[in-house]
Unconditional design. Structure first.
Length: 215
């Protein structure tokens, strides 16, 4: 398998070969191609699946592992040009809330070029310039060493629906709120450790900005 990788701005794009992704050494090559940029300090890794129509369970498990590794480094993996069959499989497995699935390569690069994400222990800052008609779920993991957090929301002035949810280290939902109301809001108490951020966007047009800090 020949993997093509290129850096476009602050995004590292990795392309898979045409057809089926084998479950053995070829998956290991893809694993290495994705982990390398993370190890080198890159924060935005985009996997372009335009030439792939199938994916094995081993490859999916590898991508989940790469995402977990990325979050520990303050980075994130994104997928684009995902075949309908692969996307349906990710939906069935509830992995669209783990693996950030974007649209076309052009749409993904447009979003990532506008995104400024600081993902660190006890603090998160998310900011994106104006996006257009975005329909996706973005999910991130961060370490909260406290039992609660405070969320600072900026008035977006955008159109459409945007919901921010957070789950504590046990998976319990501790926060759910639309991002159209500015202010500072506390989560309910939860278990310290790896907390999940879920950002659901439906036909959303406008800027995005919020911050999260240990309380």
């Amino acid at each position: 398998m020949t993997l093509q990788a290129k850096t476009l701005g602050d995004v590292v794009v990795v392309e898979t070969p045409r057809g089926f992704i084998p479950p053995d050494t070829e998956t290991d090559k893809l694993d290495a191609a994705l982990r390398g940029p993370i190890r080198d300090g890159h924060k935005k890794i985009l996997l372009d699946l335009a030439r792939s129509t199938h994916m094995t369970s081993r490859t999916i498990g590898m991508l989940v592992g790469v995402q977990a590794n990325a979050f520990k480094s303050g980075a994130a993996l994104y997928l684009c040009n995902v075949d309908k069959r692969i996307h349906n499989l990710l939906l069935i497995l509830w992995l669209t809330r783990v693996l950030n699935v974007l649209g076309t390569r052009e749409e993904a690069l447009d979003l990532l070029s506008k995104l400024d994400l600081q993902l660190a222990d006890d603090v998160v800052h998310f900011r994106a310039a104006r996006v257009e008609n975005l329909n996706t779920t973005l999910a991130y993991m961060w370490t909260n060493n406290g039992a609660a957090a405070t969320v600072s929301q900026e008035a977006s002035g955008g159109a459409g629906r945007i919901m921010l949810r957070m789950r504590d280290a046990s998976g319990h939902e501790v926060f759910a709120r639309h991002l159209d109301e500015p202010g500072a809001f506390a989560t309910t108490a939860g278990k310290p450790g790896a907390w999940r951020i879920e950002l659901d966007l439906t036909d959303y047009t406008g800027p995005l900005e919020f911050g999260i800090a240990k309380l």
